[in-house]
Design a protein around this ligand. Sequence first.
Ligand code: GLN
Ligand code: ZN
Length: 764
Amino acid sequence: MARTHNLGFPRIGVRRELKFALESYWKGQSSLEELKALGTELRQRHWRDQSALDLAPVGDFSFYDQMLDMSFTLGNLPERVSSFHGDMLDNYFRVARGRSAESAEAHCGGACDGVAAGEMTKWFDTNYHYIVPEFTAATKFKLDASRLLEQLAEAKAHSVKAKPVIIGPVTYLALGKAKDDSEKLALLERLLPVYAELLETLAAQGVEWVQVDEPILVTELDADWQHAFEQSYHSLKRARLKLLLATYFGTLQDNLQLACNLPVAGLHVDAVRGRDEISKVVDWLPGHKVLSIGAIDGRNIWKTDLNATLDWLEPIAEKLGERLWIAPSCSLLHVPVDLDSEETLDADIRSWLAFAKQKLAELAVLGKAINQGRATVADELATNQTAIDSRKNSGRVHNPAVKAAVRNITPEMGKRQSHYAARAAKQRVHLNLPVYPTTTIGSFPQTPDIRQARLAYKKQKISVDEYTAKMKAEIEHAVREQEKLGLDVLVHGEAERNDMVEYFGEQLDGYVFSQFGWVQSYGSRCVKPPILFGDISRPKAMTVGWIKYAQSLTDKPMKGMLTGPVTILNWSFVRDDQPRSESCLQLALAVRKEVLDLEAAGVHVIQIDEAALREGLPLRKSQWKEYLNWAVESFRITANGVSDETQIHTHMCYSEFNDIIEAIAAMDADVITIETSRSDMELLDVFEKFEYPNEIGPGVYDVHSPNIPSVEQAVDLITKAAERIPAERLWVNPDCGLKTRQWSEVIPALQNMVSAANALRANA
Ligand code: GLN
Ligand code: ZN
């Protein structure tokens, strides 16, 4: 009998109950008891949702983050919160979110200081962010199993077939940060006894299986880290329970033998991303071990092709018998909870989708088919087949004209007419800009008034004319303010956009939007990625009307504002029936049309944001090149159809370019604006060293903080920039868009920024 199990369930709640409960508690509007009670309710509800499985995860629920949970379980709290005496959960939130000195003052009457929040970073290649464990050479660990034991007791009380889930020691260390640059691996010896104690504690509760997540096994590991695996699992093998070592998000490759041979009772592998590797794993895995096959995509929202999966799984089941387990590829944390709550999704498209609950139902069908024969689930399989076929053959998915356009892409389409230097000379004459030209990144404050107008329009409470008039007034306001400030290249302010991806997705054919398809991004924050389901085309211009209007108000150049294809792709749920690169090229062709329409409408500066280019980097460095090739090519196809006189800008809001500088240069944008104000311009070193040839606008104003930069600070930053990049290739701008700020902050900040540019021009 093959067993079915799940690696983790989304904890946010089908209506994002956890989000609202957390935020209400943090604002002081509800009690800790109420928050904890909601946690209990969610866990029980989610176990009920998983009751058809042979084993359900316990400990996957978290009030903020599973890595932070693990830090607390291991007693690895940052020094700065160690003296806190209140409720453990409050201290947990202090690490997660930090606390300013002022709010600490209010909270403790001055008896405690502010604390910095723990650093957050991306969880592998997902859009989930975890709190980075902090280490020093002196770090000691001490078991606190209370959270797990409580949840386990709860699970037992509800007769859940419980399988506790923990992050494994090697992944835990690998994802943490040594604050003093000490060698993290040196801590392993101190860490392992605490893991052993934890396993012993769970064994004492009668636990049979523990899932130990070690996704770091799908990344490149050097010999020391491989050895850490040997050392860890040899030391934990005395545990009186069975370990299921869980890997996911990719293939094992060089770590395959290592993973197969570690002294554990079972191995979970991602058979969605790593399908080709499974036969090798079947061959290598010692005969006493369980193999858990992650056959259902835990990272995407498409229905599984159950018959095809069974065709593939049945021979493996034959071979493995009792030793086969089946599961989703990874925790379902990365997909929305329940498709049943969607009321407005198009019926066709809806029939192609599966969210977390539907995926578990698929798993149950697979399990039954394998254990009792396909005939016992004939109806389910037939319905599934209908949906799979409908998607495969749908005229809404497949648009021959779009496919042909992608096939007909020529290398010329990705190339500008001339090299940068020749273009820059023409643009200088054409745009007539001073040295240190000033601009902003696109958005201006999204006031409650704007948000209300957008919402009212969406709900058809105001007419299209009323809405348009409202947005035009807002654009005019933004233009007049920028003129008063004396900025050189203006923007329209993005009042009409809710989100830089959704705005475009809504206007492209091939996209749909869910109502409740929320996925946790970090803490209480969720995103609702649009669903790219079909070949992409642009029925009509998306931004030209607004930008043309904005340009008509001023003699200054108006910058057209678009989101690039790579960013649209990376922030969406994408198709699994064609390579990402193909979808990206389709997006590129659609946005390219918009670029050319803007140019034809007299817009001579066009910015194409690629905020998420870096986010798409594969987990293995060996695959970076391939990704960057098609990503950069997609950008080039989008941007490079314009004449030499038209100036292309791109914007990226992060600060790590060392390892991708070549690709950034290959994008060949005339101007790139980046986030630099907090790095004191050191980030420009890599551009200097690489002799980056085009123009750069290093941000001189940190938009994430309400602080208003002084003229001196801005002058200082620009001067530092000019030590690295020749002044004639420098722009002056903020780090990012200003949509989250208030006008009262933006005006003085930009005034100082413009004054700084003027002061430097006077000396130039
Ligand atoms: N143009 C966008 C804005 O200003 C860019 C946002 C981003 O890069 N995240 O809001
Ligand atoms: Zn940005």
